[in-house]
Design a protein around this ligand. Structure first.
Ligand SMILES: [Zn+2]
Length: 191
């Protein structure tokens, strides 16, 4: 196949050279209105086209590559004393795979156990391009499946206003869960 970025022959959808030059993660930090920290790794502008593949067959491969370069690298350098679980926003399987489930799965390490299909949005309205007011007036209404662990990492691909993650935190906190931090690939606020 050919690399999506440079079009040279490659064994993966993005060649090793492009992964090293364009997908080297940075670490951006932002706080939600509830004080919980969100860590992200890329500027939205830099990976916008790659994120758009999530609605196509390519998305599975591209998200796996993005996850390996950012989430997996980050988590392997992190020491957790206590075992914890990670949950993804909207990881229902729609078109054969879930892009946030791929990100979540990439966190699997000795001390982190990704859980799938735990956090469900009952309101599936799209927030894309909508105002903050719209997002507040149309809450996601998350439901949470029971699980034992108390400490949680929350996972999503993009943070824009933070409304979705904030709402997910609320349901987790209402079940006495502790959110260690949230991880996203990119923060739209990073210019
Ligand atoms: Zn390339």
């Amino acid at each position: 196949m050919r690399c999506l970025m440079c079009e040279n022959l490659s064994l993966t959808h993005i060649c090793k050279v492009c992964q090293a030059s364009y997908l080297k993660p940075s670490l951006y930090r932002r706080k939600l209105s509830n004080g919980i920290e969100v860590l992200s790794f890329y500027k939205y502008q830099d990976i916008k086209e790659l994120l758009h593949t999530k609605h196509t067959d390519l998305g599975f491969y591209i998200y796996s590559i993005l996850a390996k370069n950012s989430f997996t690298q980050f988590i392997n350098n992190f020491d957790f004393d206590e075992p914890l679980v990670s949950l993804a926003i909207d990881d229902n399987i729609e078109s054969g795979y879930s892009h946030t489930a791929i990100l979540n799965k990439s966190l699997q390490t000795r001390n982190i156990k990704p859980l799938f299909n735990c956090l469900r949005a009952q309101n599936r309205v799209s927030y894309s391009g909508k105002s903050k007011e719209f997002r507040l007036l149309n809450p996601r209404k998350f439901t949470l499946k029971n699980f034992k662990a108390e400490d949680v990492i929350l996972v999503d691909d993009i943070i824009t206003t933070g409304a979705t993650l904030t709402q997910a935190c609320e349901i987790l906190q209402s079940k006495q869960k502790e959110i260690v931090f949230c991880l996203t690939l990119c923060d739209v606020a990073n210019k």
